[in-house]
Design a protein around this ligand. Structure first.
Ligand code: MN
Length: 298
């Protein structure tokens, strides 16, 4: 072991999640971070469960607005009913990708289907939209089947973008990707794009990323410049690998809004709370949420 070189921080930065309450259930949030507001265009990551549902309305999230981002809902277990202001009503199940593009404005609810019981486990991710699309039309896509690629001791499902030579059909507006890896015992080399920065989030079990141990919803961050990394597991594990070209702009985030300025956020808050039509209407039995306002906003 050599002496610590303070000019050259570890290749893998490890971060613990913060526990937050979303719709009445605890989630572990690993993005955004003070030092990493974005990883590629990925700007938000909430890990929910695994937990067991025993009654109705345990994870209902009532209608709320978004601007300037895409939501990527990814389940490992359970089912969520998505309804949005485009008229979409789409259940999301394990292994399927639900991708909503907010653009200038969209609203949606995420509901526990009536009678749904048992395990629920998943990840909600947000992707910041670039200037070319962030003020554009909202959109929704659902991908029930996604491409898989086999590595040495892991199988990857490519949810968005391209990984290990395999490309997802899901829309993307920037050069970013997300892949779930089901890791078997052993050591696997991950092929990476050297122009990307990367984050790996542990969903189940424990692994070592280039020798740095990660478990329990922890996130490992890796700067651009790496064309390969190793992942090693003693027991089976599941991780989410996110990457992309460092994002074009510093984003402002508040509640469910991603923008460039606080003025843009204050305008969205005012529109949603006035229900002025910008965010449409969600055909949900749940009452729409009230947007919090920014402290210090006029
Ligand atoms: Mn949402």
């Amino acid at each position: 072991m050599g002496a610590t070189n303070f000019d050259s921080p570890a290749d893998v930065e490890r971060f613990d999640p913060r526990t937050k309450d979303v719709g009445g259930i605890p989630v572990r949030r690993t993005l955004p971070r003070r030092t990493h507001r974005t990883v590629g265009a990925w700007c938000f990551a909430d890990h929910m469960g695994p937990m067991v549902l025993t009654g109705d309305h345990q994870f209902d999230v009532a209608p709320h607005p978004h601007i300037g981002l895409q939501t990527v809902t990814w389940l490992r277990a359970g089912e969520v009913l998505h309804r949005d202001s485009l008229g979409t009503e789409q259940p999301v199940r394990a292994g399927e990708c639900n991708l909503m593009t907010a653009g200038w404005g969209v609203s949606h609810s995420e509901e526990q289907p009536v009678g749904e019981r048992g395990d629920v486990h998943g990840l909600q991710l947000w992707v910041a939209q670039p200037d070319t699309t962030r003020n554009g039309e909202p959109a929704f896509e659902h991908h029930a089947a996604l491409p898989k690629v086999e590595l040495e001791h892991a199988d990857a499902t490519v949810i968005v973008g391209a990984f290990a030579g395999t490309t997802s059909p899901a829309r993307r507006d920037t050069d970013h990707f997300g892949a779930e890896l089901t890791v078997r015992t052993g050591r696997t080399t991950l092929p990476l794009d050297g122009s990307h920065e990367h984050a790996l989030i542990v969903l189940e079990g424990a692994i070592a990323l280039d020798g740095v141990p990660l478990a329990d919803s922890q996130l490992g961050y890796v700067r651009p410049g790496r064309t390969a990394m190793t992942i090693e597991a003693r027991d089976p594990a599941v991780v989410m690998l996110l990457g992309g070209t460092p994002f074009e702009a510093r984003i402002e985030m508040f509640w469910n809004y991603v923008a460039r300025t606080t003025d843009e956020i204050d305008a969205a808050i005012a529109s949603w709370n006035a229900d002025d039509g910008r965010f449409g209407t969600v055909a949900s039995p749940l009452p729409r949420l009230v947007s919090p306002t920014r402290i210090g906003a006029g």
